[in-house]
Write a protein that binds this ligand. Structure first.
Ligand SMILES: [Zn+2]
Length: 625
């Protein structure tokens, strides 16, 4: 039902063409079984061709593209064994994520292992009695010499290394437990048309193709003649609460709106996996793994968040999966890859995620402006924007963005947030320079035409393309925006669209909390400081993350009293704050201030000119003109 004959036929043609030109390597043939899914394990059997070598080394990726942290997937692997027929072979482990099989001259070896699969995130595996959600990197080993860097010990920029295009097919058969009806993946179906039988032309495609097995609820629609699937997955009935019909209808509008921007859909089919627990999304070339609440369609705010997630992830199939920074391919699966342009790959994707919702008519102009205002306010209230340039934030994603700690607010800036805000400012800049003839849409399309091939783009390539579209040299703007921590000048963008900033709405509780400035949480009935942003009274007084606030003005304070007690303090006067730190009590003197009300809410000027109103309409309605 899900794997249309037309798609299977296309795939067969592509494979024939590829194998004729490539080195016709023998495939690795995997079978994935769920013999006891209720125990959260999956079983893998792989028939691995040895090429007649006395030993072969199998590798498991330590991270997965799109999520920049070493995950050590090999830690979930158990019981690795290898056989020649039924004869057991010796298996050694030279490093944490590799297994060396002594083949004894066998032409093929049978490799078996089990994977503990109980992490409900978009980049790992989940197996339970009702369903399985499996990703390539944490599941499938491959032959190390096919994909590994030959100079695995040496350092240097990853992008100076270009992996040879070794296109070894990876065949996957999913054996379903009796109670499960189907499996679904973006991976091509195998030419034999057997159900649950897939064939990835290479390891990258295998890693890029998550698989869901079980009894999902599937909604199908077509755009430009291509099938699209919304696959709702949950323990029990996936659409019991979630409104899958409405979601699929609106996804179709997102697809149509993106098609209008880019001009073509560069895939044969596309799968929106929608696991109804957890949160997050991970993009792939022709699918996305999303996680969201069952109640994501139950309120307007939650639904807009879900649409925004889906729109962001879908936009990625162009921006990052095909139009990619030079550093992000071919992937080195065994170590960090260091992109400098995640402000483009993630930030501009965030910008377009919401812009395209407005253009699709799925959110109103004012809902859009409010979402953008939230990003601007978040950026402008993060002290780390004055510490970390956004290209550095991208490069250091592995140690900052993906490893946040209590001081992150002071030391780093999100390339999602700043990148999205830069998208708004850059788009307006190009529109202004071309008197509305062109915008960021044209930059993205030019960049896609130039750089979506094998090489990818350098930071300079993108800057040059933008300057070309703008018809003016933007290099000074890019340098300041990307390589420094200079504050962003919003005035040209506001002037082009006829916008200005008004007061952001702030809850009274938050106003009171801002008088001390520390972020606190309640832990077992105690008030514990979680962050201390630079530039706040708490920071200046030496309040530390981890301190328990015990008293204010020598009077005991409990979590439920905290806000009222702060509200009652006179601004401008010193007050004592007693904290428990380790085993000691410490009294600090804090000068309470009322911070100025934030003014980051975008609104249309009452006196906006007809030209400005036209610019605003052109931006959010139907593309750049
Ligand atoms: Zn993203």
């Amino acid at each position: 039902m899900l794997h249309a004959r037309r798609v299977a036929a296309l795939v067969a043609l592509v494979l024939v063409a590829a194998s004729a030109s490539a080195q016709s390597l023998a495939p690795i043939r995997y079978t994935v079984r769920f013999t006891a899914p209720q125990t959260n394990y999956l079983d893998v059997e792989a028939i691995v061709p040895t090429g007649g070598q006395p030993s072969i080394e199998m590798l498991m990726a330590v991270w997965t593209p799109g999520s920049y942290l070493i995950r050590e997937y090999e830690r979930n692997v158990e019981d690795v064994k290898a056989f020649d027929g039924n004869k057991a072979l010796d298996v050694e482990k030279p490093v944490k994520n590799r297994w060396r099989i002594l083949t004894g001259g066998a032409k093929d070896v049978r490799l078996t292992y089990r994977v503990y699969s109980h992490e409900m995130t978009v980049r790992n595996n989940w197996v339970e009695a009702d369903f399985a959600m499996i990703n390539g990197a944490p599941t499938f080993m491959t032959i190390a010499s096919d994909v590994a860097r030959p100079d695995a010990g040496s350092e240097g920029p990853a992008y100076t290394w270009q992996r040879k295009p070794i296109a070894r097919p990876h065949e996957v058969t999913i054996e379903l437990p009796a109670a499960w009806k189907t499996s679904i993946t973006g991976m091509p179906s195998a030419p034999d048309g057997r159900p649950n039988h897939y064939l990835a032309p290479d390891f990258d495609t295998l890693v890029d193709s998550p698989i869901v097995a079980g009894n999902p609820v599937v909604h199908q629609f077509a755009v430009a003649g291509k099938p699209h699937f919304l696959v709702d997955v949950a323990t029990g009935d996936a659409d019991a609460v979630f409104d899958g019909h409405r979601a699929a209808r609106d996804l179709q509008r997102i697809v149509e709106t993106d098609l209008a921007l880019w001009g073509a859909l560069p895939y044969d089919k596309y799968v929106f996996f929608n696991v109804l627990t957890g949160s997050g999304g991970l993009e792939h070339k022709n699918s996305v793994m999303m996680m969201a609440s069952q109640w994501a369609t139950s309120t307007r705010d939650k639904y807009v968040d879900w649409l925004s997630l889906a729109s962001h992830e879908y936009f990625h199939l162009w921006n990052v999966k095909r139009l990619r920074p030079i550093e992000l391919g071919p992937f080195d699966y065994e170590r960090e890859n260091y992109p400098r342009s995640l402000w483009i790959s993630e930030g501009l994707t965030d910008y377009y995620g919401d812009v395209q919702l407005a253009r699709a008519g799925l959110i109103s102009r004012d809902e859009y402006l409010h979402a953008l205002s939230t990003a601007i306010r978040t950026l402008q209230s993060t002290p780390g924007r004055l510490t970390q340039p956004v290209e550095t934030a991208s490069f250091d994603a592995w140690i900052k963005q993906y490893r946040p700690d209590e001081n992150s607010i002071n030391t780093s800036i999100s390339y999602y947030t700043k990148g999205a805000v830069l998208g708004f400012v850059l788009d307006a800049r190009i529109r202004t320079a071309t008197n509305g003839a062109k915008g960021l849409d044209e930059v993205m399309k030019l960049a896609f035409a130039r750089f979506s091939g094998a090489r990818g783009f350098t930071p300079q390539d993108f800057r040059t393309a933008a300057s070309e579209v703008a018809g003016t040299d933007l290099s000074a703007w890019f340098r300041a925006a990307l390589e420094t921590t200079e504050e962003i000048d919003y005035r040209p963008a506001l002037a082009w669209y006829g916008l200005d900033f008004g007061p952001s709405s702030v809850k009274d509780d938050d106003k009171a909390r801002a008088r001390l400035g520390a972020t606190v949480s309640e832990a077992s009935g105690r008030l514990v400081v979680t962050n201390v942003p630079r530039g706040t009274p708490a920071f200046d007084a030496g309040v530390n993350a981890g301190d328990e606030i015990v008293a204010i003005g020598n009077l005991r304070v409990t979590p439920d009293q905290y806000v009222a007690r702060l509200e009652a303090l006179p601004p401008g006067k010193p007050v004592t704050v007693t904290v428990a730190r380790h085993d000691a009590m410490k009294t600090l003197t804090v000068t309470i201030v009322d911070p100025p009300a934030p003014m980051w809410e975008l609104r249309v000027r009452a006196n906006a000119t007809p030209e400005q109103q036209a610019h605003l309409a052109a931006w959010l309605r139907t593309g750049s003109r």
